[in-house]
Design a binder for this molecule. Structure first.
Ligand SMILES: NC(=O)C1=CN([C@@H]2O[C@H](COP(=O)(O)OP(=O)(O)OC[C@H]3O[C@@H](n4cnc5c(N)ncnc54)[C@H](O)[C@@H]3O)[C@@H](O)[C@H]2O)C=CC1
Ligand SMILES: O=CCC(=O)O
Length: 407
């Protein structure tokens, strides 16, 4: 009988440093966006002070002004006037009005707009990837890869725009047939998580737009700049085509705005991506009003390796699956379950592989492992390591917090 070792390998690379957004106002000159090194942020339409609400026009929200921090060096990047519940009603109204125009446009023409969005994203892919490195802390190549995911789904959605299916069923009535016809649902709310601010919005939005829906986006509160830069691309394509830009609306805000979206019957479908705990609440709230929902939540993924596994592949894929996005993906490997005959061999190889992982500034070429996104992430990491020790686990590599600041 096959015996599997259940010993866990706690082997995350040491943590760099990170901090959550703060509401402290800094002088303009303290902001990274005002430094020549970060001048490129302005090419994405970002400023020292940014409006956090888009309902067809950009508006400063009446919520708190928050400052996005760079997790690699803990420096303030730029400020955002975020939205509050008082801004929400107007945003929903405008997005609903814009939907009436959009839903009447034939699907292949909607697909053409989505094609243009994909093209506009291609032109800004490197810059957006760098912005994610600066604000989220994922390495720049992963940031660009995330934008590529949006582009890929745009390509898919363009094809879909000419192929939205519908079956024809026979009827018992002579000369009649039953025709299946898919209609837009209306306003799609998209609530996104901190770790994939651009891709998650993109997966949802490219498909929702092609299918004739308007979209209201509420991002995670620590990644507003990545959100605003992406929203500016959506806006520019819609304006260039003389379409109501509120087809793609935005409210940067907190849990109160997200919770309102879950309760709001005017949000015809709510797509929520985030933690399992919050997703559960959101799912119940939408169900309470018999609404439609999509929940993309957390994972607790394991890799199981049998005694005849290809160990080179196991080491490479385990490292990629654990280290990518600093272990903050929903697809991150959290447990490695090895057949006891290969346990020592895989462990030794993994330790060598981890030793080669370069920890550093997420924007610096060659960095494989950037900072964790927030202090909450660091606290969770420490608590997990302590819990593993308490349960008799041995830390094989890393396991401590490294405080490094990059200029
Ligand atoms: N399955 C998937 O495709 C993905 C899953 N995730 C998961 O997301 C999590 C990390 O993201 P976080 O931003 O920390 O998650 P989170 O659950 O804390 O927040 C997600 C979003 O929900 C909002 N929110 C918070 N409370 C709310 C409430 N009561 N009602 C409505 N909205 C509310 C937040 O402001 C944010 O925009 C991880 O668990 C990760 O696995 C992340 C990306 C993709
Ligand atoms: O966080 C979820 C998304 C991903 O891992 O691709």
């Amino acid at each position: 009988m096959l015996k599997l070792s259940k010993r866990s390998v706690i082997n995350q690379v040491k943590y760099v440093t990170a901090c959550q957004f703060s509401t402290t106002k800094k002088l303009s000159s303290d902001l990274l966006i005002d430094q020549p090194k970060y001048e490129w942020l302005k090419e994405l339409g970002l400023n020292a002070d940014n409006d956090g609400v888009f309902d067809g026009s950009w508006r400063p929200g009446s919520g708190p002004v928050v400052t996005s921090l760079c997790p690699s060096n803990n420096e303030p990047i730029a400020r955002i006037a975020t939205g509050a519940l008082s801004d929400y009603q107007g945003v929903v109204n405008n997005a609903k009005e814009a939907w009436k125009v959009w839903a009447d446009i034939p699907a292949p023409q909607r697909g053409e707009i989505v094609r243009q969005i994909g093209h506009a994203l291609r032109e800004k892919k490197t810059l957006l990837g760098n912005l994610e490195a600066l604000e989220v802390g994922k390495i720049a190549v992963e940031g660009a890869g995330e934008v590529q995911e949006f582009i890929d789904v745009c390509d898919y959605a363009v094809g879909l725009s000419r192929m939205i299916p519908g079956m024809v069923f026979p009827s018992e009535r002579p000369g009649h047939a039953l025709i299946e016809n898919w209609n837009p649902v209306g306003l799609v709310g998209v609530i996104t998580a901190f770790n994939f601010p651009i891709a998650v919005y993109g997966w949802n939005t490219a498909i929702a737009l092609t299918c004739g829906n308007s979209v209201l986006w509420k991002p995670a509160p620590t990644v507003n700049l990545s959100t605003i830069a992406t929203q500016k691309i959506m806006e520019s394509v819609l304006r260039e085509n003389d379409l109501p830009p509120a087809i793609c609306s935005l409210i940067c805000g907190g849990a109160d705005v997200g919770s309102e979206m879950a309760d709001d019957t005017r949000v015809d479908l709510l797509s929520f991506t985030g933690s399992t705990a919050v997703g559960q609440k959101v799912g119940v709230a939408v169900q309470q009003r018999f609404g439609r929902k999509i929940l993309e939540l957390g994972g607790n993924n394991a890799i199981i390796v049998m005694e005849d596994g290809d160990l080179d592949m196991v080491v490479r894929s385990t490292l990629f699956a654990s280290v990518g996005t600093q272990g903050q993906r929903c697809t991150t490997a959290r447990r490695l379950i090895l057949h006891e005959s290969i346990y020592d061999n895989v462990l030794e190889r993994l330790k060598k592989a981890y030793a080669q992982v370069r920890v550093g500034d997420a924007l610096e070429e060659g960095t494989i492992y950037g900072p964790l996104h927030s202090k909450a992430g660091v606290d969770l990491y420490c608590a997990t390591v302590n819990e593993a020790k308490r349960m008799g686990g041995k830390i094989e590599v890393g396991g401590n917090v490294r405080r490094l600041l990059y200029g």
